[in-house]
Design a protein around this ligand. Structure first.
Ligand SMILES: C[S@@+](CC[C@H](N)C(=O)[O-])C[C@H]1O[C@@H](n2cnc3c(N)ncnc32)[C@H](O)[C@@H]1O
Ligand SMILES: *[C@@H]1O[C@H](CO)[C@@H](O)[C@H](O)[C@H]1NC(C)=O
Ligand SMILES: *[C@@H]1O[C@H](CO)[C@@H](O)[C@H](O)[C@H]1NC(C)=O
Length: 824
């Protein structure tokens, strides 16, 4: 024993007695408090009770899995709902997502749906569903299938209490359950006359925490595939553990965002749930995803509850996408002449010209190629093919060129003036527009002109997620107030609900995952406009103004009623500080800051220096790099504040200063009229969202089809020594129609690549230049704006017009055959 002084041990003993006694009293209180009873019984049944292999007489009469289940659930059937309420996370979310999908699909199909809840237990989910759709009215029939008699008894009581006549409890093994065996179905005349051979199918199947409890899961999933109607919906919520190694090569799961579970958690949860007869082997989820097409897929943890990993998955029959749909997606993405983009017309055999036929067999979007590859490999198509809105095209999320952005966007708001674009370009109904997505604001501005089609392109997947969110807000016909909260103020108190209930049916699986994970954006103090790379600029200016005691002045500046008043505040109070040289030294000339916050890469900075060098030479003065940057900022800001009103016109700077838009000052797409136009069904039918490099996308667009390209300042980023700019210009030339225009902006007054445009069949004109004191647009951030008009075809481009698509030949599937087989 320990050798301790006797006083200490006496004091120690007293403490032990005191605290031990207290704990015992507390425990006894807990034990006997009624509120805690259910938990104790759950605990007892799970861990203390000797495993009951079914020794009670009535349990003995059962056999196999049913006997085991009954041994487990009999003692807890009554307390099941109380004890599982917390543990089984995500059931409500799953139901809400499924309800939203059902409602979205209901418009198209007639008749009330039939719902089968497999492993439905106590019927909790069916009652809960009533929060989202009226169960007794919405469904023609609901079947709860469960193998445990005691849980079935609880659910029968529940539905008797609720008085729902269309809900039926079937105590049967899910493997053998079929609808037409059940007499009730035969009674309902809507679904085929009694005794007819016509198999009745379910329109909606759910599995909530039951897949992990069914030993023979392959056969249950197979039988559900038989049970589900061709256009039915299946949804599932369950625990899982999985390592990135096992799923990273699968391209049909609709995205891998936060799916990986670390080694320790995998081991721990698997062992833990084993005790509870819940099996977390990976094959369960994998087989589900393999057997069906994925609509939405999300990986979740509840951190206030031990962070147990669980997933929510919505799927459909693999064959739910038709060849017509796949070809239409493809036609829109490639500007194929065979299908008119808005009205799908098939003109297969009367192929117009031989040249066009070449285009048809050779130009395929990457999305369509993916479909062909997956069909050849006998796996489901990528999730984008099963989505309700098909504007987003499939891309391989694992490529380093996409992962380099760290799953975040740089631009939370666009930093180019679309009103100026429209003034220069006059986009109209016949235009095919090719544009950078950025924050999506300008794409929406172009969409307001209703061009024939728009190709929005971004290499950063998250920029396209942001565009998708905006598109979904319109497609879901959210009221203007919600739209305003989301993108006007950047804050929405119910974003998560809005996402699950309204937006999800219009989002791609990946965009959904992204926004589910980033739902906090809209609850945070800074809101949407203090996220992304641009947040650094917004936050820094906010912080600086606070530190310098200028917040009042900034507010006055933003609310100044006239230009005169605005100028006065600027000149007297703000300019001396904001444009002081020391601030510029510390902040603006800092390379890290330029790149991270303002998105100015070194190549672009060099262009600014070059112009400054030329100006210095003309003046006969010396060139100081830091002063050059400062002068650039002065040339940007001074004219803006002198000439545009922050109160009701210049929403770009207003946002930077205030962190949100105002009712009088916002991008055009946030107006009430725009809301009306863009909320109309089919408003974005001609839109395709590509996640790829420019060159890659241009190479797959039918030659000579694009009439307008807006490529922002993106050419500035290229290395003048490299070949990228020339390649891109060649690709632009090939895809652009004769007379088509490319609009670009540059930080240089005469960018080096203009000569390359001229050399490759473009006539270039500088339509605006920012010589000191002039304002070229409301952003005024670039030194020049150019329009390059295609006047000739670059001979080298035609010579190189090799089909970029080899994959079709690789899998050796004849084109028409493939298109046929898309029907499966
Ligand atoms: C964890 S409970 C989930 C119950 C309910 N879906 C919920 O979310 O509360 C799993 C259910 O699956 C049922 N189950 C297990 N194997 C089954 C089988 N082969 N056929 C039908 N039901 C089964 C069990 O009886 C149990 O009710
Ligand atoms: C996590 O669990 C807590 C406690 O049960 C619950 O209040 C909360 O809503 C859950 N969060 C999510 C995102 O499901
Ligand atoms: C998707 O994965 C399968 C194998 O799992 C592969 O055969 C197929 O080529 C892949 N598809 C694409 C588009 O990469």
């Amino acid at each position: 024993m320990f050798d301790v002084p006797s006083q200490v041990s006496a004091a120690f003993r007293q403490h032990v007695l005191l605290y031990g006694g207290l704990c015992a009293v507390l425990a006894a209180c807990l034990l006997f408090h009624r509120q805690f009873w259910p938990y104790w019984r759950f605990f007892y049944a799970c861990f203390l009770k000797p495993v009951d292999h079914g020794n009670a007489a009535d349990v003995k009469a059962l056999s196999g899995q049913q006997r085991a289940l009954e041994g487990f659930y009999r003692t807890q059937a009554e307390v099941y709902d109380v004890t599982r309420g917390l543990l089984l996370c995500g059931r409500e979310d799953m139901l809400q997502l499924a309800a939203a999908q059902l409602k979205h699909r209901m418009d198209a199909q007639s008749g009330k749906p039939i719902w089968v809840d497999v492993g439905g237990g106590t019927g909790y989910n069916i009652e809960k569903m009533n929060d989202f759709v009226p169960v007794s009215d919405f469904f023609s029939a609901v079947y709860l299938v469960d193998l445990s008699p005691s849980l079935c008894a609880v659910s029968r009581q529940r539905f008797a209490r609720l008085g729902w006549k269309n809900v039926h409890v079937v105590c049967e093994d899910a493997r053998t359950f079929v609808l037409d065996k059940s007499e009730d179905v035969l009674d309902t005349a809507e679904h085929g006359a009694p005794g007819s051979k016509h198999r009745v199918k379910a329109d909606f199947v759910t599995m909530s925490y039951s897949l992990s409890m069914i030993p023979d899961f392959y056969s249950v999933i197979d039988s559900i595939a038989d049970l589900l109607a061709p256009h039915g919906l299946i949804s599932c919520v369950d625990f899982y553990v999985q390592s990135a190694k096992s799923y990273s090569l699968r391209n049909f799961t609709g995205g891998h965002h936060s799916r990986h579970v670390n080694w320790f958690s995998r081991l721990f949860w698997r062992a833990w749930f084993r005790l509870d007869r819940v099996h977390l082997d990976e094959g369960r989820r994998d087989y589900l995803e393999h057997r069906f097409g994925t609509i939405l897929n999300a990986n979740e943890r509840n951190y206030s509850l031990g962070a147990i990993p669980y997933y929510i998955w919505l799927g459909c029959q693999r064959s739910a996408t038709s060849s017509a749909a796949a070809r239409r997606i493809d036609a829109l993405a490639t500007e194929s002449p065979y299908l008119s983009p808005v009205h799908y017309v098939e003109k297969r055999d009367e192929a117009a010209t031989a040249a066009a036929r070449v285009t048809r067999t050779q130009l395929r979007s990457k999305g369509f190629e993916a479909a062909i590859l997956n069909l050849a490999a006998n796996v489901p198509l990528p999730a984008t093919f099963y989505q309700n809105q098909r504007w987003r095209l499939y891309y391989d999320e694992a490529l380093p060129k996409h992962t380099q952005f760290g799953d975040n966007y740089i631009y939370a708001f666009a930093w180019e003036d679309p009103a100026e674009d429209q003034r220069l370009l006059g986009i109209g109904a016949d235009d095919v527009v090719f544009a950078i997505t950025s924050a999506g604001d300008n794409v929406l501005a172009y969409a307001l002109q209703r061009p024939r089609s728009i190709h929005a392109v971004d290499l950063n997947p998250a920029q396209n997620h942001l565009l998708e969110l905006k598109l979904a807000a319109f497609a879901a016909a959210l009221p203007h107030a919600d739209l305003w909260a989301l993108f006007g103020t950047g804050r929405h108190p119910d974003f998560r609900t809005l996402l699950l209930e309204k937006l999800a049916p219009h989002l791609s699986s990946r965009a959904f995952q992204f926004w589910l994970d980033n739902a906090g954006t809209f609850y945070s103090r800074g809101g949407l406009y203090e996220t992304g790379g641009t947040r650094i600029a917004v936050k820094l200016s906010k912080w600086l103004f606070r530190v310098l005691g200028l917040r009042g002045a900034v507010r006055q500046l933003c609310d100044a009623p006239t230009l005169r008043a605005q100028r006065a505040i600027w000149r007297v109070r703000l300019r001396p500080v904001v444009l002081s040289r020391w601030l510029s030294r510390f902040v603006v000339a800092n390379e890290q800051f330029l790149w991270r916050a303002l998105g100015v890469p070194p190549n672009q900075r060099d262009m600014i220096y070059e112009d400054a060098l030329a100006a210095a030479a003309a003046r006969g003065g010396a060139f100081v790099p830091k002063d050059a940057m400062w002068q650039y900022v002065v040339d940007t800001l001074d004219p803006v504040v002198e000439n545009t009103l922050l109160r009701d016109s210049n929403y770009f700077y207003r946002l930077c200063l205030m962190g949100q838009y105002s009712e009088d000052c916002h991008p055009a797409y946030l107006s009430k009229e725009a809301h009306e136009t863009l909320s109309q069904p089919g408003a974005f039918d001609g839109l395709r969202v590509h996640t790829d490099e420019f060159v890659e996308v241009l190479a797959r667009i039918r030659p000579e089809s694009v009439t307008v390209s807006v490529i922002m300042d993106h050419m500035d980023w290229f290395d003048p020594e490299g070949t990228h700019a020339a390649e891109e210009i060649r690709a632009l030339n090939k895809a652009t129609k004769l007379g088509g225009r490319v609009l670009l902006r540059s930080a240089g007054l005469k960018p080096w690549y203009i000569s390359a445009f001229s050399a490759q069949g473009f006539k270039c004109e500088r339509v605006a230049a920012r010589t000191s004191g002039k304002c070229i647009d409301r952003v005024n951030m670039y030194a020049s704006t150019w329009i390059c008009t295609k006047v000739g075809t670059d001979p080298s481009a035609l010579a190189e017009a090799e089909p970029p698509v080899q994959a079709v030949d690789d899998v050796n599937v004849e084109d028409s055959e493939v298109v046929e087989s898309l029907e499966l």
